[in-house]
Design a protein around this ligand. Sequence first.
Ligand SMILES: C[S@@+](CC[C@H](N)C(=O)[O-])C[C@H]1O[C@@H](n2cnc3c(N)ncnc32)[C@H](O)[C@@H]1O
Length: 251
Amino acid sequence: MGLGIRTWLERRGILLLRKSDYHADGVAVRGKNLSALSESAFDHAYHESIRLNRAGWPNGVPDVRWRAHVCCWAARNALLLEGDFVECGVNTGLLSLTVGHFLNFATLNRTFWLFDTFEGIPVERVSAEERAHAAELNAVSYFDCYDVARSNFAPFPNARLVRGVLPDSLATAQIERIAYLSIDLNNAAPEIASIERLWPKLSPGAIVVLDDYAFTDYETQHRAWNDFAASKNRMILTVPTGQGILIKADS
Ligand SMILES: C[S@@+](CC[C@H](N)C(=O)[O-])C[C@H]1O[C@@H](n2cnc3c(N)ncnc32)[C@H](O)[C@@H]1O
């Protein structure tokens, strides 16, 4: 039939997507047990988060169900550990609201620290390599969302929104121990500067979820996190969602 190799591969790709049991957020799988993604407590929490995030995503909330599942897994693990919950990079709270509703966080004797400028990436602090991308994200995705975030987290009196530029804003929070950490700033320097300060506070066994770790176009973050992990003699797990998982194994 004389098909070019590219066309042949594209057709096979399309075939795989059509036959997949799950396809969203750049992930397609077949022949896997996906019950965790529709388990009732998680499903309820995720839908509640989607509903609350509509104001932050006028063109539609992205389907990050599997990423949210990974965060809930890490957060559930954190209940076995000493410490607070922390997210660096919150926006209107898609991931952390899922976690909050999944764990019924208002009933927990812990604080959920939520750090963000709540108005986009401070481009002047971003490396030259990442600056154009950050400016584009600011233009397309971010606005002053502080009031939306405050209203979204209002059901959780133990959630504390900290508005400011990371890593400097960490100094304003009284955090002693951390059991769960999600990092999602879409630029490398403040992520690494933040983990340098937060790493000593992580409880042994705490899971750090890196939202941007294995996405194409985020190679600067990938390199920076690999260097950080190597400095702690750790290896980061690449998840098909694009997330990275880093575990604090000892004190
Ligand atoms: C991808 S969004 C976070 C999405 C969020 N995790 C969620 O679940 O919807 C990235 C966020 O990082 C914030 N951000 C980026 N660099 C920052 C910095 N240096 N200090 C504070 N916030 C920053 C932006 O304002 C933006 O809200």
